[in-house]
Structures are given as structure tokens and as C-alpha cells.
Design a protein around this ligand. Sequence first.
Ligand code: AQP
Length: 324
Amino acid sequence: MRKRVLSGIRATGRLHLGNYLGAVKGMIELQNNPSYQCLYMVADAHTITTPYDPKQLSDNRKEIIIDYLASGLDPQKSILFIQSQIPEHFELTYYFSSIVTIARMQHLPTYKEKVKQYPQNNTMALLNYPILMAADILVYKANLVPVGADQEPHLEVAREIGRKMNQLFKTDFPEPIRFATKGEYIPSLKGEGKMSKSVEGSYINLTDSFDEIRKKIRSIPTATTAGGPLIGGLKTLFILGQIFLSSTDYQNFKNQYNQGNLQFSQMKDTLAQVIYEELKSFQERRKEIEKNEDYVNEVIKEGAIRAREIASQTLKEVKEKMGF
Ligand code: AQP
């Protein structure tokens, strides 16, 4: 049997470069490897763990599917679906929650960060996020999870839950591991923390125009003189440079930096141009797909049927083993 792959993106807005490099690139790579069966969802249920607008959630669900298709995910090769259309994820979450302590969830760094970011929104759904994520993965018995480095603590929880379920109830969940890309952690354009869509000024959207990209790259805080350790905005600039520039260009800029004669504006504008070139074909494909709503609806409908077939089998098995 082919190994399974599961990944997803929250429906909190349009995709940014961090989502693309840390998650989508890995999703595409695995989809094109015939050894894997890939399931990629829009994590709409995870969206309500932070403040949200129902109208925007409703629109974003479809927008993420369009982003997936425009990035090169192919419904002939991967199952593309919307998380909330597969009720088995939620039922399994409940069963899993019976073997996870509250203390374990409260100690997660990701939970603490979100509570700090949204102190008015310290909800049960937020606390449950990693259990739902474990259910998302294990309901398909997925072995590989292409997600960014920020998701590693959640994957550890998924492995712990799988192990404990296997011990207690003799299930056969695999230990899912993260599939890392070379852009597994894209720092913020502001030079502090990660690129994140909830932090204004930290990200480049996949749909940004050349002028917007150039303006954003130019805004990365860099030192007035070159040389010294690569920290803050400099780190962001060079990480993006390493990913997008040719190795010759990158090395030239790096040497100039070390020698103290780098023109930051020149490096920034070259980088903006190359990023735009990579995003241009995505943007063109996106415009085409947007026009074809029936096709997008069909992809979503088909995806739900195929995902549910697998998920319902796992759930049946788990219920029997747990004594239901
Ligand atoms: N900066 C990043 N570098 C690399 N990978 C990243 N991912 C997110 N940010 C980076 C990866 O993208 C996928 C989707 O992330 P998510 O579902 O957590 O989406 P999100 O929460 O909407 O992403 P943001 O931008 O981080 O939003 P907020 O600010 O709302 O929390 C995951 O695989 C993630 O690792």
C-alpha cells in the first residue's frame, strides 16, 4: 500500500510566501512522487481557534482550494478537500481527547503564543487544536506531513497520541513525521519572528504585484553598512536570497556583504524581481481557475467523497477497539 501524506492550511486569508515555501512546495513534491497517496485539506475548522469573520471564512475556504490548484496541486494526483466536510475528524478528536491531559496541551509553546496574541480568545477549541490536528493526520494513517517547522510541536503530540492509542487499544497508527522543505522557516519581513499572515508587514502574498513585492522587500530593515552577524532583517534578506537567487548571485551578494560594500538596494531589487518571476505563473494560473467556479466546486465535492471513504474506515476500527 502507498504511504499516505496529509497536510492543510488554515482558511485565515490568502497564502503568503511562508505558507508556500514551508508547506505547499513540499506538498507538490510529494504529490509528484508515485510512492505516496496525498490528501491536502483546507483546515477551516482550525480557523475558528483564533478570532475570525464567518463571511471571510466562507470565502477563504474556496480561495485556498484555488490557491492549491494554481500552485500545481492536481486533483488527479491528490485528494483536495475541506476539513469540516469530513465529520470523522471531529469524532476522532473527541475519542483522542480522552487520552490527552489538559496539562500537556497547556504547556505547548504554540498554545501559549496564541493566548498571548489573543488573550480574549483562550478557548477550548484553541486548547484542542493539536488534538484535532492529530485526528486530521491519523484518520488517514498518514506517515508524512509536509508542514513548516513551526508545526513540529503539534506533530510530536500526534505521535504521542498514536503511540498511546496503539498501546491502549491495539490500533495500528503510524508515527507521522514532518516532511521539511528548504523554506521550512521563513522569517518575518520585519526581522523578528516568523512570516505570519496575522502580523501586518511581515509577509508577501502570493498574489502581490511586482511593485508590492519590491516595496515590501525594500522595507526589510537592514543595517546602513554591510558586514557583521546576519540577524534580524539581514537574516530574512539572506534566507530569501538563498532560496530564490541563483547560487552565483547569492554568493556575490554574500561576499560583498562580508567585505562591507554590499548595496542593499541592489540585492533587494534583484530579489524582488526573482520572487515576482516565480509568483507570476502562479498568479496567471490563479486568474484562469477563478473563472471556472464549477470546476472548483467539483474538485471540492469529489475530494470529500474520496477522503471520507478512508476516514470512515479508520473511525469504524477505532470505535470497535475502544468498546463502542
Ligand atoms: N513563516 C513560515 N515559514 C515556513 N512555513 C510556514 N507556515 C506558516 N508560516 C510559515 C506553514 O504554512 C502552513 C499553513 O500554516 P497555518 O495553517 O498555521 O496557517 P496560518 O496559521 O494561517 O499561518 P500563519 O501565517 O502563521 O497565520 P497566523 O498568523 O494566523 O498564525 C503550515 O504548514 C505552516 O507550518
